[in-house]
Design a binder for this molecule. Structure first.
Ligand code: HSE
Length: 345
């Protein structure tokens, strides 16, 4: 047992698959974080487009999950009529967790939430990819100026520490190229199609399992992967790309016949994101590609993702792990929070 306990009061925006996954982790393991790390993590406020609740001492995560599942959050003590902006402006909270649905074109309303929270002196952990794909340099600067943390591990490869590997563990290296499978939904669909499932059923299963975006067009047309390619370029290679700068082709043109033809030739279709240095500029692209089965990325199945980071000092470093899903992405929020605790706790 540790003697000094730090309390983290979290305000959550969004309670979809990721927000619920994070709440599930807290409901099951809250005491582990207190005992092992001295971090008492509490959700004090949560807001969606349909409801809001604020309880300064903390809302029990299991109670919130049950109430959200039964549409009865309005009956909880602390239920209120705040919008997300009002919650950020008024709640007594230390950390904003931004987990509202991603808009890869405008980054809103998440970017505004993040700017408001930083201005109030709150740390920010975002699972929302839009703000990091579109406004990373600005948000990082605002956070630095205000002396708060901006956590974004959830935005690429869910809880698999791919971004932290690149920007922290590989610091000192020059990252020359990054390529990999960064969208769980499309990799899940392609894998299922190899086993004979049709495209529509595979997509429906990916939605049921919580991998797909609220609008799965973003996954299958490659927008999600393009956003992640922009994030990788900006975070790991100090570029200023937006998703619109990424060459993009999704998987909607891949038929079962094409999948079968690749298999007959000892190959597999994968949606590959690539970010590379081209002289002084950084470029990025997302395309479906046929890979020989021996290729390191060819064996990555289902919603699993993989990233190969090519560096000058260490050569290639590859990380493989979950790329989507509520608990897997909720874990990324936890890992950012514990990183904050290590520095500030
Ligand atoms: N829709 C995304 C995917 C979720 O399938 O990878 C994780 O960012």
């Amino acid at each position: 047992m540790r003697s000094a306990i730090s309390t983290y009061r979290l305000a959550l925006v969004g309670f979809g698959s990721v927000g619920r996954g994070f709440a599930e982790i807290l409901s099951l393991h809250h005491q582990r974080f207190v005992d092992r790390y001295g971090a008492d993590v509490r959700i004090v406020a949560a807001c969606t487009r349909r409801w809001c609740v604020y309880e300064p001492n903390g809302v029990d995560a299991a109670t919130l999950l049950r109430a959200a599942a039964t549409n009865t959050v309005g009956e909880l003590p602390g239920a209120c009529a705040w919008s997300a902006d009002q919650m950020i402006a008024s709640a007594d909270a230390d950390v904003l967790v931004e987990a509202s649905p991603t808009d890869m074109t405008t980054g809103e309303p998440a970017t505004t939430h993040i700017r408001e929270a930083i201005a109030r002196g709150m740390h920010v952990i975002t699972a929302n990819k839009g703000p990091i794909a579109l406004h990373f340099a600005e948000l990082r600067r605002l956070a630095e100026e205000r002396g708060v943390m901006l956590g974004f591990e959830a935005t690429v490869m869910s809880g698999t520490p791919a971004l932290r590997l690149g920007w922290s563990n590989l610091a000192g290296c020059e990252i020359q190229e990054v390529r990999g499978i960064v969208n769980g939904t499309t990799n899940f669909i392609l894998t299922r199609m190899e086993r004979g499932m049709d495209y529509a059923s595979a997509l429906a299963e990916a939605q049921r399992l919580g991998y797909a975006e609220a609008d799965p067009t973003g996954d299958v047309e490659g927008h999600d992967a393009a956003g992640k390619a922009a994030i990788l370029a900006n975070v790991l290679m100090d570029a200023r790309l937006t998703p619109a700068d990424v060459e993009r082709e999704g998987i909607t043109g891949i038929t079962r016949d094409m999948v079968a033809a690749a298999a007959a030739a000892g190959e597999r279709w994968k949606l590959i994101a690539r970010v590379w240095r081209d002289g002084p500029t950084v470029r990025a692209a997302v395309h479906p590609m046929r890979l020989m089965v021996e290729h390191p990325l060819a064996g990555v199945d289902g919603a699993t993702n993989a990233l190969m980071i090519s560096t000058d000092l260490l050569g290639n470093v590859t990380i493989i792990g979950p790329g989507a899903g509520g608990v897997a992405t909720g874990f990324a929020i936890l890992s950012d929070l514990l990183a904050l605790h290590r520095v500030r706790g």
